[in-house]
Design a protein around this ligand. Structure first.
Ligand SMILES: Cc1ncc(COP(=O)(O)O)c(C=O)c1O
Length: 448
């Protein structure tokens, strides 16, 4: 046993934790449902001033929550169904996540990095390689950095091919390179061109055969026009920022067959889908095991990562970072993934599917009653609907009203713009859904 292990097992630490969790439990008993603000504060304006940009919502967290409910500094309590765009899988002030973070705080360093990895990084990397079936796991501090690393690995492997394929309405992050893949002109306005991207139309669930045929035709045209120049395709299996559009195994398989015959690498960007479909990885849900070369994860895994096989291993010098993840991100990621696997989150009758069913039934009911909300769309713990005409302005108004009424959601896609939820699966309980549906109904009535 190392000296550290002896320290972590010191009974005084267990005693201190007992006190902390008893205080937490008392504090959480005061947050049980939605509450309006109790005071007006200037913190949101101060925040906008500091960062030079307004915040999207009047949201500054107080630092306490109870599962799906979060307290803000204005004293309000709200259902957080977007969780920082899919970050807090276990909601707010989850005792298990907090326990993992306390253990992390007891470690020798706040951050881990290229030259200094504690045993926690090793264990999480081993867990991810085992669960994904990939040989290697390289950590990074953001989804975008995991995606940058994926691009670099693919380019090095396929050199001198330097073009990228991606789907229309893709989102891969906002670095200089990724903002060329991310299909939003506004997000690359004023930036110099870096990599060259050729776009393919995404799958249309309403028209599977025709949309697959069309995508294959466009793909073959790009490959013919630029022979041997494409290094990699960036694929979101479910388009996240693009509006929760869901692909299919047949669609991806048909594309991958063409890509493989032209030696083009397949990268599944799972930053948004990780932990949200019927399996831990969406590529497993779409039965694409063995067909994908690189996978990137983030969000639900606060330690973000690029997973790849030995045949894609980069040469020394290509990847390195001072920080690979914070120690608390590593501990929390391991806790959440292991908990989700041990507590029946996945599979056809897992918690993700149960929540999906309850939400989609509730939304379908509202559709029948009011006709002015369309959908539901999405998969697993990614649920969306289109309110009213789906115009940007109307949906933003709806999302802000929903926020005022006690539910935090966010927009996705455009033409139509949808409202989306990235459910905190580890926190949400079934008996909260009726209150959530009531708030949705009230907001619909206010917007009629
Ligand atoms: C599919 C996808 N890739 C990459 C990213 C970038 O991740 P991050 O914001 O952590 O840099 C996101 C973020 O929304 C995403 O949804």
């Amino acid at each position: 046993m190392t000296k550290a292990e002896k320290f972590f097992r010191d009974p005084r630490i267990a005693e201190a934790k007992k006190l902390i969790f008893s205080a937490l439990s008392d504090a959480q008993k005061t947050i049980t449902s939605v509450e309006p603000p109790s005071e007006k504060n200037d913190l949101v304006a101060e925040f906008a001033d500091v960062r030079g940009m307004p915040l999207y919502f009047s949201y500054i967290g107080s630092g306490l929550g109870n599962g799906a409910l979060v307290e803000l500094t204005d004293g309000s309590c709200k259902y957080d169904l977007i969780t920082g765009i899919g970050v807090h899988y276990f909601g707010h002030s989850n005792p298990g996540v907090m326990d993992a973070a306390i253990d992390a705080a007891l470690q020798s360093t706040v951050m881990q990095g290229n030259l200094q990895q504690n045993i926690d990084s090793l264990r999480l990397g081993q867990l991810y390689t085992k669960l994904s079936g990939f040989d290697h796991c390289f950590f990074s501090t953001s989804g975008a950095m995991a995606c940058e690393n994926s691009l670099k690995i693919a380019f090095q492997k396929k050199h001198p091919a330097a073009r990228v394929l991606a789907f229309e309405h893709a989102f891969a992050g906002r670095t200089l390179a990724l903002s060329q893949i991310t299909d939003k002109p506004g997000f690359r306005e004023g930036l110099p061109p870096t990599i060259t991207v050729d776009y393919l139309p995404f799958f249309d669930q309403k028209n599977p055969v025709e949309s697959t045929r069309k995508t294959l035709e466009v793909l073959k045209t790009h490959i013919k026009r630029y022979p041997k120049q494409h290094a990699v395709i960036c694929m979101e299996l479910v388009q996240g920022e693009g509006g929760f559009w869901v692909g299919s195994r047949e669609f991806f398989k048909a594309i991958i067959d063409v890509l493989k015959s032209h030696d083009i690498a397949v990268w599944a960007d799972e930053v948004q889908t990780f932990g949200r479909t019927e399996n831990l990885f969406a590529f497993q849900t779409f039965d694409l095991d063995g067909l994908v070369d690189i996978v990137t994860i983030g969000k639900n895994s606060p330690a973000c990562a690029t997973l790849f096989n030995q045949s894609f291993a980069p040469r020394p010098g290509l990847l390195s970072q001072t920080y690979t993840a914070s120690t608390s991100a590593i501990h929390a990621a391991r806790y959440m993934v292991e908990y989700a696997l041990d507590h029946n989150f996945f599979g056809p009758s897992g918690k993700i599917q149960k929540l999906h069913k309850l939400f989609t039934e509730g939304l379908a009911h509202l559709h029948e009653k009011y006709g002015c909300i369309h959908g539901p769309y999405g998969i697993g713990a990614m649920i969306a609907f289109t309110p009213f005409d789906g115009s940007d302005a109307k949906v933003k108004e709806f999302v802000q009203k929903l926020f005022t009424n006690g539910i935090i959601s966010f927009v996705a896609g455009s033409n139509p713009t949808r409202v989306r939820f990235l459910l905190p699966v580890g926190a949400l309980v079934e008996n909260q859904i009726p209150e959530i549906m009531q708030i949705l109904e009230k907001t619909i009535q206010e917007c009629l």
